[in-house]
Write a protein that binds this ligand. Sequence first.
Ligand SMILES: [Zn+2]
Length: 332
Amino acid sequence: MHGSGLKITFMMMIKTRFPRCLVLVGAAAVLTACGSLAAAPEHSGSRHGAPMPPASLASRLDDPPSGGESASSGPGHGGGAQGGGLEGVPPSGGASASDGGQGASGAYRRWGLDRPLERPPAPPAVKPSLERSGPWGLPPIVRRVPTDQRVVFVTIDDGIEKDPRFVEQARDLGLPFTGFLTDNVIGTHYDYFDRLRRLGNSMENHTLTHPNLAGMAYDDQVREICGQRDNVWNHFGQQPRLFRPPFGEYDDSMLRAAAFCGVRTVVLWRAEMETHGLAYRSGGHLLPGDIVLAHFRGPEQLEGKSMTDMITELVRAIQAQGFTIGRLEDYV
Ligand SMILES: [Zn+2]
């Protein structure tokens, strides 16, 4: 309608015998406008045009649920990510996402795997319902997605390490994950995470400065959560709907602040990738639907191991237990 209105305007201009140069100037303006619209989002995702002001983001809260468990902080800090699926960018090996992103090329061998990452099962047509708790319709809290599928979800937190080889690895393996980003360790390097996002992975909210939000004043909680929501929107044109509280710590006030900032679901974890392997909150193995926490970490934090070493170990551990990796946003 926008375009047809312009067309009518030009036809009127021509019919009313506007000077030809004026018509040409008008046409140039339209081309310029169309060019900028087309160039802006390379990944449509949830982008709907220009960034929305915070007020309209808050008012678009479409899914306020409630949370229930009180999380004890993980060893490091919370944050994990999972979920990204490939949405149109072919893996580097020339394989398509449909063969696991690597089957034909064997690129998985480059990363020390003995087989490709198995393609995840089709996600449910309807997302599983998550238990909401509390009387205010606050966001649900999820550690494990309700599913019987042999699928787990990888989440990667913070953003301290920006290893360019991880971009290649994620692309080669067709690795779906969700990033939970903290502004003060990313600084001016959002472009790195945008490369990962453009592989089809979602980048979500992990606060501005990574504080323990439990017990903080509501206004400060809002500043941390809404502030990082705005950063994600401004850099990626994607409104974060998932939120991971640092250290997995939260209280009712934080859940209200999260709801105010447009958070749909609070994502915790049931397994965590540590320097020497997976650790579980209970039991000794993965369960269907487990959310796995990892971090953007490098040799300084991993006793000399690289980010890609850690990811290879994680994928091996997931494969060894008979699971593959799904895209979290398809389920929550
Ligand atoms: Zn964290």
